[in-house]
Every structure is written in C-alpha cells, then in structure tokens.
Design a protein around this ligand. Structure first.
Ligand code: HEC
Length: 127
C-alpha cells in the first residue's frame, strides 16, 4: 500500500517537473532540438544556403535576406511558412533568385531540418 502511494507521489511529482520543462522549450510542433542541430549543418554545408545568406545567416547585400531578424518578406515566418518558402524558393526586389530548396536536391526531412534551424535563429534568444 505504502509503495503504491510512494510511486504515485513520484509519478505526479515527476510530471510536474517534466511537462513544464518540455513546454518551456517552446519549439513548434514537429520540431526537435536535433532537427535544429542537423539544420545548421545543412545550412552551412550541403544546403549551400550560406552562399547566399552568409555563414552567420545575416544575409548578403543584394542577395539572400537576413534570416536572423524577425522580418520576413515572403511569409509570416512561422515554422510552417519557412518550410513552404524554402520548398518553393523566392525572388528578391532586385530579381535575385533563390531556387526551390536553395538549389540542391534536399529531401523533405532536410528541408524541415533547415527550416527548423532558420526558425531558431530569430526565435531562440540563446542562439
Ligand atoms: C542562390 C542564392 C540563394 C541560396 C543558395 C539560398 N537562398 Fe534563400 N533566398 C535567396 C533570395 C534572393 C531570397 C529573397 C530575399 C529577399 O526577398 O530579400 C531568399 C529568401 C529566403 C527566405 C525568405 C526570407 C524572407 O524574408 O521571407 C528564406 C527562409 C530562405 N531564403 C532560406 C534559405 C535556405 C534555408 C537555403 C538553403 C536550403 C537558402 N535560402 C538558399 C537566395 C538564396
């Protein structure tokens, strides 16, 4: 009897700590820390995003936009919007073109990961 109560107390106690810890991360649905880390590798590597947006993603004048501010030209900047924008590409005011997926044949999962990384740049104070 006592052990059941002890277990219950522990379970409830653990939930009280675990639930807010998960919620506090505030990641969009479907996004994990792992995706953000993987996305950074893609951004700075195989995705060649860095070539137009810069290694620090702060943009290149006349070319790729700054992706670290909260100003979005092609969407509202939500995670879903970023996935959609990266999927279809974009053209800036001077006619510079970002092809779909930035050019390389990224998989859907890679696009989601790189979108998660881009999202994190303007939504996580630690980055
Ligand atoms: C060939 C150059 C080029 C490459 C490579 C490229 N982009 Fe872009 N990107 C652009 C241009 C140009 C725009 C439009 C910028 C504007 O309107 O000011 C843009 C826009 C964007 C936007 C929308 C910004 C906004 O303000 O709404 C996102 C998000 C983005 N790029 C992410 C990426 C990611 C992620 C990659 C890699 C998978 C990538 N880009 C690769 C040139 C590039």
């Amino acid at each position: 009897m006592k052990s059941i109560i002890t277990r219950l107390v522990f379970t409830v106690g653990a939930l009280v700590f675990i639930v807010p810890a998960v919620a506090a991360q505030g990641l969009p649905e479907g996004v994990t820390e792992q995706m953000i880390t993987e996305g950074e590798t893609i951004f700075k590597g195989a995705g060649i995003c860095f070539s137009c947006h810069g290694q620090d993603a702060k943009g290149v004048p006349g070319l790729g936009a700054d992706l670290t501010d909260k100003e979005w030209t092609h969407s509202d900047g939500t995670y879903e919007d970023l996935v959609a924008t990266i999927m279809k590409g974009a053209t800036n005011a001077t006619g510079a073109v970002m092809p779909p997926k930035g050019g390389p044949p990224l998989t859907d999962d890679q696009v989601k990961a790189v979108a998660a990384y881009v999202w994190s740049l303007s939504n996580k104070p630690s980055k």
